[in-house]
Design a protein. Structure first.
Length: 570
């Protein structure tokens, strides 16, 4: 029992840790930053994914099937009549779905929902209220193509009132619209988007975001008692080639796969920060432990086993990991709170999804994973440093009489060279395998292995280039330069840890910079593709996709008008 209590006691480790806290503070901060990024990205990923899935539920309302083409493809309204004629279909709602921005420089993305507001049965698929008070004059609203309804919550944030004119970005350019109503509610589409919604009549949405008679989605409500799978098969038999019929459940699964892969990449990058924290901890703990080498030699000389020495030193790594984890939890909460809106908006635009208003939800699992990663990294660094110190030659250490013990020759050098070469071959093999298979997870593994290779190769690099640096510094600064640069050769192991830390840190910064640049270019390309004012769209001609009906395309009487809320030809 006494041995067990002694093994679990942190009294000696705490005293050493407190005495050397100034030298170990950098390790605590490094571990904390790594844990903070892991926790932050895990929290943000969970919130963003939950918001997207909630938006899918809100966007489809009571619909059990959706008919749509690929991104950017529109099709004629005559497809709606074909779908309505399918046995088992109760309601088929033609829609124009798009995104837009207020022309105020804020960059906030709004979702456009164009639906035939003159049809109560279609509107009730998404909105359960009675519509009273949303719009004062429905005749005026339906007869004017610049009429819009905004989400009440968003309008209140922007100080927009009924009757105000707002400038929205459309494929035709910036156009003015009049707010003729505000819609609120605690459920459905408005709640899913937290008010960031622009509701338009179908006819007006076509003229602003597609072209006359062109829609990009049909939502289908199946009659009670009918099999959804059976109705889906019938609809697939009547819609033109190029359109696909999906269930919202399938749509959710697609979002989980596509967005989930992107989120896994972000978490993988955050783990590189933990690798950097491991290297920093290894460097600091190694320096601290080597400063006590003579004390360790005395313990070994009086009979203390090497294993006990390693365990006692590893306890300091546990303290570093615990403190770093606590710091990382605070940092992670801050990262998630600040970065969540930006990540949600970026992910939505990159994957062409409605932009949700994600809320931070601090789940226990995210903090547990971050804490485990931080503690394991610190303990692993302490184990590596303690193992070397405890395994040093006892006689040689005692002869130093407290002076610094330097040992970097022979077998250790050959082992480092061997590992460096083996890891380099592994990196090349993974690059080839990723090129052949195209699997994203192989890329994550390759990135991690490159970070490990940088740390392992730092030692041989210092030994090869250290001599040249000493010569250059000696010629440039004389004896002072020779003494300053000589430490690279005299203590190559410590120099290697410093070089490895700097290399991994610089690589991580470059990686984040390239990732940010990639996001920026992706968003520019996505938005440019969405808002490119093609000449055929501006002239009201046929847009790319499934052709419109000849009656729509060749009608010489001009655009349709609204009379009393119903569509008419003249």
């Amino acid at each position: 029992m006494s041995r067990l209590l002694a093994a679990l006691s942190f009294r000696m480790a705490y005293r050493h840790f407190r005495a050397d806290f100034g030298r170990l503070a950098l390790s605590v901060v490094a571990v904390g930053l790594g844990v903070g990024l892991v926790v932050g990205f895990l929290v943000m990923n969970g919130a963003v994914m939950g918001s997207f899935l909630g938006v899918v539920d809100g966007m489809v309302g009571r619909a059990e099937l959706t008919v749509r083409g690929s991104e950017g493809v529109t099709f004629g309204e005559e497809v709606v009549e074909a779908v309505r004629g399918v046995e088992g279909v109760e309601v088929a709602v033609p829609l124009v779905r798009a995104v837009t921005f207020l022309d105020d420089g804020s960059g906030e993305v709004l979702t456009v929902h164009g639906v035939d507001l003159g049809s109560e049965s279609e509107v009730r698929v998404y909105y359960r209220g009675d519509g009273k008070g949303v719009v004062e004059d429905w005749v005026e609203f339906l007869s004017q193509e610049d009429s819009v309804v905004l989400g009440e919550e968003y309008a209140r944030e922007k100080g927009i009132a009924v009757g105000d004119r707002v400038e929205l970005v459309t494929p035709r350019g910036v156009e003015g619209f009049v707010v003729r109503g505000l819609v609120g509610g605690g459920e459905g589409l408005v709640r899913a988007l937290r008010g960031r919604l622009v509701v338009m009549d179908l006819w007006a949405a076509e003229r602003a975001f597609t072209s006359e008679g062109q829609i990009n989605q049909i939502d289908v409500v199946v009659r009670d008692g009918e099999s959804v799978e059976a109705v889906k098969g019938r609809i697939e038999g009547v819609v033109p080639e190029g359109l696909r019929v999906e269930e919202p459940v399938v749509r959710k699964e697609v979002i989980r796969r596509t967005v989930g892969g992107f989120q896994a990449m972000l978490v993988g990058f955050s783990f590189l920060a933990v690798v950097a924290g491991f290297v920093v901890s290894l460097s600091r703990l190694g320096a601290v432990f080597e400063g006590r080498m003579w004390e360790v030699g005395l313990l070994r000389a009086v009979g203390v086993r090497r294993r006990m020495v390693v365990v006692e030193l590893m306890k300091e790594g546990v303290l570093v990991g615990v403190l770093g984890t606590v710091l990382g939890w605070v940092v992670g909460a801050g990262v998630a709170s600040v970065g969540l809106p930006y990540l949600a908006r970026t992910t939505a635009i990159a994957f062409r999804l409605p932009v949700p208003e994600a809320e931070v939800s601090f789940g226990v699992w995210s903090f547990v994973v971050g804490g485990l990663v931080g503690v394991v990294a610190a303990v692993a660094a302490a184990w590596a440093a303690a193992r070397r110190v405890a395994g040093a030659n006892v006689v040689g250490v005692l002869r130093t009489r407290g002076r610094e013990w330097v040992e970097w020759e022979g077998e250790g050098r050959r082992l480092a060279l061997g590992w460096s070469g083996a890891i380099a071959l592994g990196v090349v093999g993974l690059l080839v395998l990723e090129r052949v298979t195209g699997q994203a997870w192989i890329g994550h593994g390759t990135t991690a292995l490159v970070a490990v290779w940088a740390g392992v190769s730092a030692g041989p690099l210092v030994r090869v280039l250290g001599g040249w640096v000493v010569k250059v510094w000696e010629r440039a600064f004389g004896v002072v330069g020779w003494v300053a640069a000589g430490g690279l050769v005299w203590r190559p192991r410590r120099s290697a840890l410093t070089v490895g830390t700097l290399g991994i840190g610089l690589g991580f910064v470059l990686l984040l910079g390239m990732l940010g640049w990639s996001f920026e270019r992706t968003l520019v390309e996505q938005l440019a593709g969405r808002y490119r004012a093609d000449s055929d769209r501006v002239l009201g001609g046929q847009r790319r996709g499934i052709p419109r009906s000849p009656a729509r395309r060749e009608d010489p009487r001009g655009p349709p008008r609204r009379t009393g809320g119903r569509r008419s030809g003249g």
